[in-house]
Design a protein. Sequence first.
Length: 169
Amino acid sequence: MKHLLLVITSLVLFACSTPRVAYDYDTKKDFNTYTTYSYYPNLNTNLSDLDTKRLLASTDSILATKGLKISDTPQLYINFKSKQYKTPNNNRIGIGIGNGPFNIGGSIPFGAPNQHIQLTMDFIDVSKDELIWQAEVDDVQNSTHTPENRENFFYVMMNKVLQKYPPKK
């Protein structure tokens, strides 16, 4: 019984993992001076059109809470690049036969591979045409998500990415 509870707890913890995010930025910039943004003119996210709309809507919503406004004359350009890849699913069922010193065992994998989205978000100072802030996020996306779940997926991802923007001095 204890082992079953441990397995169920482990599965729940791994299923609820959050996106992993890495940040980099120009430490000499005062990010509080930036108040307007727009998306890079030749934006190509490598996502579907629907997922790109979800990504941009989530970004707009979160940036608005941080006091940034979308503008025709922006101080910042935001650019996205993405890559999708699959990793093997590590879910396995163990099987064992035997008693004493004569045991035979193994495991059988089950489940589809994990579909990952690796997304890079760049903030570019328009006046100097230089990269000033960057975040990279990697998360597992369930390909069977409903449209509503996909919206939530991108909102959670962007919320995690923008959690540390603007950087603290």
